[in-house]
Each structure stands twice: as C-alpha cells, then as structure tokens.
Design a binder for this molecule. Structure first.
Ligand code: NAD
Ligand code: ZN
Length: 342
C-alpha cells in the first residue's frame, strides 16, 4: 500500500510502498479515504527537537482520518464491513486507575498513532475496534477527517459552562477557529478570537460568528469596552501556546474567570502566578479528547447544525502531499485535507 513515512531524521516525509497491516483479534482494518494534516505532523515534517525525541523512525505518520472498515478481527462485535468511520488516535491501556474509572483519556500509558505507532497516512490503518467511531451519513469523509482537532476544540470549549458567557480564544489556528464555532453553537454571548496572522483572523470571521482581533494592531482593552463588557471575559480558551497570549488572557479575564489551556508552549514559560491567585482564576489543562464523551457530543452538535466546513481551506490528492505540507507551512491555511481515494 502507499503510505507517507518519516523514513530519515531530516525535514520531509517520503511516499513509500508498505505492507498492508495485519490485524489482531480485537482490531479492524480501515481503508483510508481522507486524512487531515495536523500541527503535530508539521513538527514531524520539520523534525524538530520534540519530534526527534518522540517519533521512532521509520514510522508512517498521520492521525486524523476517515475511511471504511474492510476487515474485522475475530473477537470484534458491533462493527461491520463497509461501516464508514473515524476513530480516536490515542491508544490506551486498560489497567491504570484512570482507565478502570472510565477516564480513558487520562490513561498515562497513552500511545498515539502516527506519533508512537504506525499512523493513518496510508491506504490502510489497523486500529483497535475500541477506538473506532462510526460515522452517520450526516458526516462525510472530509469532516470525518478533521474530527480529531474538532474534538480538541470541543473538549476545550466544553471545559466550562459557556451559556451567556463572554469568551476569549487566543490563537486562530484551525483548533481556535473551530472552538469559536463551538462556543457560539453552545450559547456563548460574545466570542472574541485573537491572533497576529491576518489570514487566520479573516478565516475565523468566515467560519464562526465571532469578533477577530489582531493583537499586533488592536488593544484587547478597547475591544472589551466596545463590546460593553463590565470587567472582561468570563472564560478563556488558550489555543496558541504563546506566552504573550496567555498573559493577555489573564489580564483581560474577570475576577474568578476560568481558563482552559490547550496550546502547548515551546518550552518552560514564566507565569505571573500572583496575578492568577489574586484574580482567583481557575486553570484547567486539556489533553486530547474525552474518550468517548467528546466524540459523542461533537457528532451530536455536527448533526444539529454546527458547521466548521469552511475551516478546510485546501484539498490535495495524496500524490501532491508535499503541496499540502507547504500550504500548512505557509501560515495561510486552515485545515488541509489529503484525498486517498482513486
Ligand atoms: P496553530 O499553530 O495552527 O495555531 C496557533 C495560532 O496561534 C497561530 O495562528 C498563531 O499565529 C497564533 N498566535 C501566535 N502568537 C499569538 C499571540 N500573541 N496571540 C494570539 N495568537 C497567537 O495550532 P492549532 O493546530 O490550531 O493548535 C492550537 C494549539 O493547541 C497549538 O499550540 C497546539 O500545539 C496545541 N494542541 C494541543 C493539543 C492537546 O492535546 N493539548 C492537541 C492539539 C493541539
Ligand atoms: Zn491532530
């Protein structure tokens, strides 16, 4: 089968011919139709410090996918050949205290497809049946291929009650933009999204009913007063990994405000803890998606009017995958989707 592999410890990915994976009794084999390129795949493409310390080579990369089940392991029940599906790319164990309590996303032994294990940038993917998420006709393969990052957005946005709240999202990457759409969908009052990249801010305004703010040009304080908020934002969703963005968020939050942190800073970053203490701010770290509660809620929202399709700005056949990565690297894209069919 054709696959995109990290074959060498240098920049790039390579298109290779690899054997179709053999499945075990609890697995399914999925024929991949569409995949999304993630920021994680860009780290692996660039072969930065994180990638070099995390990713074994050679490895088939990719973890955002939609496809169709073509083979079923002996002990699998409840799934059938031909079922369209996406799936959770975090492979968890079942022995930890967290897993045994049903908090699968908190299993400390989690391994990621396309990061630690063979991934989805391939014509076929082996996945434990446990991880499969069936798709209804309402969710096509293109949306199916971005459920992983939409899940990050949903998990973060649903960390706190947003109904009637004023929400600040820092970072208008694909996940921040989708989080803005989710916040609006669940009933936030004002949704403000910041970035320093005008392309991303323009896209945010197209995808979600939100107020994009370029913090390189505009002062968030003016936005707070123009929207007639008394003190500031009730909830912050940090989706940039940028220190200045987090500082701004802390400053512009109300007393007793709440922050969900998804963005990953490049290294240790200084935090003004006394400010957080005196403002009585609650901070929650967010990792991945809740397995499978986030999937359930996100699919329900998609089936009930949540529309994030415009966040997909580029589509390429897999033969042109390098153009897809270049589009991501340009900083002028939203989600980039690769087509594995035909
Ligand atoms: P992205 O890199 O595409 O988007 C980040 C955005 O932040 C960019 O558009 C960038 O211009 C913007 N930014 C930079 N400086 C800023 C500033 N001062 N103020 C506001 N915005 C600023 O990332 P993404 O794919 O949308 O993911 C969002 C974040 O979530 C990333 O940090 C990513 O690493 C992280 N992430 C975390 C998890 C998790 O499980 N915790 C999962 C996926 C992604
Ligand atoms: Zn991803």
């Amino acid at each position: 089968m054709t696959a995109l592999e990290k074959s060498k410890p240098e920049e790039g990915l390579w298109r290779v011919e690899a054997p179709v994976p053999e499945i075990g009794p609890d697995d399914v084999l999925i024929r991949i139709n569409k995949t999304g390129i993630c920021g994680t795949d860009i780290h692996i493409w660039k072969w930065d410090n994180w990638a070099a310390h995390t990713v074994p080579i050679p490895l088939i990369t990719g973890h955002e996918f939609a496809g169709e089940i073509v083979e079923i392991g002996r002990d699998v029940t409840g799934l059938s050949i031909g079922q369209r599906c996406s799936g959770e790319g975090h492979l968890i164990g079942h022995e930890s205290r967290q897993s045994r309590a049903g908090k699968f996303h908190l299993d400390p032994g989690t391994r990621g497809i396309g990061v630690n294990e063979q991934g989805a940038f391939a014509q076929y993917l082996r996945l434990p049946a446990f991880n499969v998420v069936p798709l209804s006709d309402a969710i096509d393969d293109e949306i199916g291929a971005i459920l992983d990052p939409l899940g990050n957005a949903v998990h973060t946005a649903l960390s706190f009650d947003l109904i009637g709240e004023d929400v600040l999202i820092t970072g208008a990457g694909p996940i921040g933009i989708m989080a803005a759409a989710v916040a609006r969908h669940v009933g936030a009052r004002h949704v403000v999204i910041t970035d320093v990249n005008p392309h991303r801010l323009a896209l945010a305004g197209e995808v979600a009913d939100c107020r994009p703010v370029n913090v390189a040009e505009e002062d968030l304080r003016d936005v707070v007063s123009s929207l007639k908020m008394k003190q500031g934002f009730d909830v912050g969703l940090e989706m940039s990994g940028n220190q200045q963005a987090l500082d701004q968020m802390v400053e512009r939050l109300v007393m007793g405000g709440r922050i969900a942190l998804l963005g990953i800073p490049p290294g240790k970053s200084p935090v003004d803890w006394s400010r957080i203490v005196f403002k009585a701010i609650t901070i929650k770290g967010v990792y991945g998606r809740e397995i499978f509660e986030t999937w359930y809620k996100m699919i329900a929202m998609l089936e009930n009017g949540l529309d994030v399709r415009k966040v997909i700005t580029h589509r390429f056949k897999v033969a042109d995958f390098e153009e897809g990565f270049q589009a991501m690297l340009s900083g002028k894209s939203g989600k980039v989707v690769l087509d594995w069919t035909g």
